[in-house]
Design a binder for this molecule. Sequence first.
Ligand SMILES: Nc1nc2c(c(=O)[nH]1)N[C@H]1C(S)=C(S)[C@@H](COP(=O)(O)O)O[C@H]1N2
Ligand SMILES: [Mo]
Length: 319
Amino acid sequence: MGTAPRDQVTPEGVYLHRRELLKNGLYAAGTALAVGSGMTWLVGKAPPPDAPELPALAGYQAAAAPYTVAEALTSYHDVTTYNNFYEFGVDKEDPARNAHTLRTKPWPIQIDGEVAKPQAVDAETLAGWFTVEERIYRMRCVEAWSMVIPWLGFPLRDLIARVEPTAKAKYVEFTSLADPEQMPGVRHRVLPWPYVEGLRMDEAQHPLSLIAVGLYGKVLPNQSGAPLRLVVPWKYGFKGAKSIVRIRFTEAQPKTTWAVVAPSEYGFYANVNPAVSHPRWSQATERRIGELGRRPTLPFNGYGEVADLYKGIDPRTLY
Ligand SMILES: Nc1nc2c(c(=O)[nH]1)N[C@H]1C(S)=C(S)[C@@H](COP(=O)(O)O)O[C@H]1N2
Ligand SMILES: [Mo]
């Protein structure tokens, strides 16, 4: 484990947007919980266990240009013990401690909405439809820390082509599992469960948008969003919904969790932009987990090829 201080910026949940929270009162209990557990963390919990030994994923294509970055990978230990997955607790090490209770087999996924072939399909069957490849991506959390992660997955656009969205489909919505039996964090109202994220259809069809089913050559650990999660490398990490149980094609823009809870702080687009500060901190630099010091944050997290998707829109409005 790295010895550098890990939390220099308040996590999304610890402050949990007092203003908005108090405004509707609904999540006041959640605020207390988040602050309380943050204090527990300061006092000190046992270190999280290493991720369990997971089966290797055979037969994937190795990462090739343009899907690699010439930067050191974040260690497997850090990738799997420093996580945001509030369904398992709001502290960074809670998912590694708690996610062993998630049962990922069987894992039915509902595909519905504006689509020619609505269906329910098991995650394993679905993954088997596609060629799995390795993609080494930067991951930039809105809290101003970052990683470099070797994912295994398939392009979201391949899945979209297979299920044939109708002409009315303008967006794709992703819903995570919210089962209090398996996910202790869901027993607390830190967020309005289930966790929902979404993309505009053209963003979802961009070749960079990935459905990940593994990392570091192995099956995805539960804390990383097993059995299947979204990865959109030019956007802040919260867009990457974990442990997805529903993929819905919609005409209207999905009501995405963080944008609903704190609209002044988190938008629908959430494109990484060093020029637009978060109301409570700068986004100009980031702390790469495992490194000392800070790095400059790159526009679109270094994936400038997506700029075409936003032609004619002021990038500062796409937070
Ligand atoms: N269901 C769900 N998905 C989620 C989250 C969450 O709390 N619940 N956290 C998001 C945030 S804020 C980040 S930064 C990434 C973290 O992914 P990682 O833990 O694999 O690095 O997951 C995102 N997906
Ligand atoms: Mo995040």
